[in-house]
Ligand binder design. Sequence first.
Ligand SMILES: Nc1ncnc2c1ncn2[C@@H]1O[C@H](COP(=O)(O)OP(=O)(O)OP(=O)(O)O)[C@@H](O)[C@H]1O
Length: 601
Amino acid sequence: MREQWRAVLLLVRTAWRTDPWRSAGLLLEPISFLRFPLFAWFLGFMVDGALRHDARLLATGAAGITATRVLWFLGRWTGSWIRNRLTEEVGFALDREIASLSSGLPGLEHHERPEYQDRLEMLRQQQGVLGSSLNTLIYTGNTVVTGVSTLAALAFVSPWLLLLVPFALTALPIAAVQQRWLREAEGLSAPLHRRARHLQALTVDRGAGMELRVFGLENEVLDRFRHAAAEAQRPVLRVARRGALLDAAGDLLFLAGFAGAVAFMLWRARQGQATAGQVVMAVYLAQQVRSGVVEPIRLAGFLGEMLRAAGRMLWLQDYAREMSAARAGTVAAPERLVDGIVFDRVSFRYPGTDRWALRDVSLRIPAGSVVALVGENGAGKTTIVKLLSRMYEPTEGRILVDGVDLATLEVGAWRRRLSAAFQDFARFEFAAQHTVGAGDLARVDDRPSVRAALERAGGGHVLDTLPGGVDTQLGARWDGGVDLSTGQWQKLALGRALMRMDPLVVFFDEPTASLDALAEHALFARYAREARSGTERGAITLLVSHRFSTVRSADLILVISGGGVSELGGHDELLRHGGLYAQLYLMQANAYQPDAEPVAP
Ligand SMILES: Nc1ncnc2c1ncn2[C@@H]1O[C@H](COP(=O)(O)OP(=O)(O)OP(=O)(O)O)[C@@H](O)[C@H]1O
């Protein structure tokens, strides 16, 4: 119950914050919902006036009915106008908040948690519901006014008529049971919905489109999507069918009670205990008892669904607050690195898995160095990058930045001192200027800086091929938008990584997979020279690459294998050592010279 009140408060607070005037105006609407008892009362006047030939009573009844209609019309008209507008505004405000909370979470761990995914999935599905939840809340309030005033008027005619209420109240347990079923069904459907959305996304995803066609998977994916969507619907449909049967049983019961109430009033009239006007008033009100009592209950059930959606919103708020408090850190990020970064017995498991991605890693990355991470696929190289950028926190052990635990550094400030280019780079479909400039928001509009960063990334010529230069909209789906090749996108991503002027750590996690080995080598040789010349900041460059021609120019090479560091040293030193590095290096070197004799260490 406390959670439901919190959800109601969330809606009211959001409405008030979004538009206080409209929120206040809505309080007028319930007045118009007194129409049923007023109408019945004046109708009774008219009937009695007509039977008694009492012109004053007749006129009072007619005037009252007219006034009731006018009040109803005005209240409804202004109310629904304000309500619709406010509902939209509140819906947008909540949608914005979901986006801002999800993207503002400090790390990526939540993406690995099925329970987070499921709840977010439900929130996404119910975004429309969230928007109209305020509408339902107010409308429920209005129907409560109708119900209570109807019952009060009925009791005024005869308290015995309130015996009709239990017949209507059967809707209460029915709604509760239906809600429970619905909740269970939603829980069952959520992972299936997620799967269906993933499959649907594959059918429209441009990247997946090529593979779908090459491997002839179109129908297979469509079939899987249809199957997953049908499966996701099944629990909810089953519940809807069972719910409709329960509703029908409740309706029949009320019909029996209503017949009893009408018979009771006719009996009273025959006994001379009620006027004809009171009989008409009672019959009119009795048939309203059904909607007067059932409607608020039905809506309360519906409101329950809304409040559950609002409750998930509260959960997201709490989760974001908790994560930020636990992960945000308070210590200011350093201006420069003096000693470097130390991994102190770091172990890491991805959430929801029981396999160690890194196990007991201890190493030191000296300030000002260019470090290469090499190793086979799945060895743990990217995981090291993710831990250093605080997308995840170590499961065990600590990472020290100049002796300070990285977990205590203020996460936003630390990230402002990083820069990165990834193999899975983002394709920001903005104007080219902003796609690259996004790497340093403060200089997002600075044309010379964007040009310079791109030149350093070896991508200056990409701009020259664009019809509108830096102002060209990227992405073929936009008006006048231009699409780029994967390699061109990658160069823009590299340019973005080179926008920040004073990063402390720069990650290059296989960002040049689309470049040939020579181009990659030339790019990093140039970059490493620059990085070494800027050593007064002690900046560290971390390069993940499978190309040993690039890797060999690093100051320090870390060979990652099976989640640990198996070798560490300079190129010559590791070759002399004759371990895994030497083996992999020679294999690649020989592959580049197929006619040459195998090179021995
Ligand atoms: N999000 C994730 N959830 C669960 N396990 C993961 C996740 N990402 C990576 N792993 C696992 O962690 C291990 C290390 O992965 P990582 O991405 O660090 O390897 P890598 O050395 O960068 O590989 P590659 O050269 O293929 O990029 C792998 O076994 C991988 O399956």
